[in-house]
Design a protein around this ligand. Structure first.
Ligand code: DX5
Ligand code: ZN
Length: 218
């Protein structure tokens, strides 16, 4: 499968979001990533489904939502109603994560599952029948602009072999500290979706940076 670039709008300029989105779109963004933080599951607060709804009005690029929230089931239907196509709850957020993931597919969206850096890849087996991607956090969630945790590389290769046994069509997303310098090695290790905030939106030329990242990913 061809690799996909997913800019995270967390690093965009919220006083001029449309301009940043249009620049990333022109560069060839494949998805936009919405980082949803409740100030409880992670020590930061971001934004809600209304931003997804407003984005749907100005772009045809599909949206995913990464739910860094303690009670994902309270917000899942709202994000799906707002037009989000792919939802990533956290494995660590609920003891009954299967129920959470099932809610996403029952509402007609695609489901992924997110693993924090210290959560073993073997845990995906419990929801494997419902998901089409696994998001590996390569930083501790909560903030943009952090450094990539190097042990993620081995996690990608381990997860790829596990998925090849269990369900080969499941894709691997990697999120946090992605740069022009590491994207090529991440692709070689087996990542398919590249979620990048600062690398895209803090660049002097957003459109060009999206093009450069896509090139480096191939
Ligand atoms: C962190 C978020 C990431 C973040 C990535 O909690 O899940 O999506 O926005 O930002 P960068 O690319 O700046 O590390
Ligand atoms: Zn994220």
């Amino acid at each position: 499968m061809k690799p996909l670039l997913t800019p995270s709008i967390l690093a965009a300029n919220f006083a001029n979001l449309e301009e940043d989105i249009k620049a990333a779109e022109k560069g060839g963004a494949d998805y936009f990533h919405l980082d949803i933080m409740d100030g409880h599951f992670v020590p930061n607060i971001s934004f809600g489904p209304w931003v997804a709804k407003q984005m749907k009005a100005i772009t045809d690029v599909p949206l995913d939502a990464h739910l860094m929230v303690t009670k994902p089931r309270e917000v899942i239907p709202k994000f799906i109603d707002a037009g989000v196509e792919l939802i990533y709850p956290h494995m660590e957020a609920s003891y009954d994560v299967y129920r959470t993931v099932q809610m996403i597919t029952d509402h007609g969206a695609r489901a992924g599952i997110t693993l924090n850096p210290a959560t073993p890849v073997s845990t995906v087996e419990g929801v494997i029948d419902l998901i089409d991607s696994v998001l590996l956090m390569s930083v501790c969630p909560g903030f943009g602009g952090q450094s990539f945790i190097p042990t993620t590389m081995k996690k990608i290769t381990d997860l790829r072999s596990l998925l090849d046994e269990l369900k080969p069509e499941v894709r691997i997303a990697v999120d946090g500290g992605i740069t022009l310098d590491n994207v090529g090695n991440l692709r070689k290790a087996g990542a398919d979706f590249f979620i990048a905030g600062s690398a895209v939106f803090k660049a002097p030329d957003i459109e060009q940076r999206v093009k450069d990242l896509k090139k480096a990913m191939e």
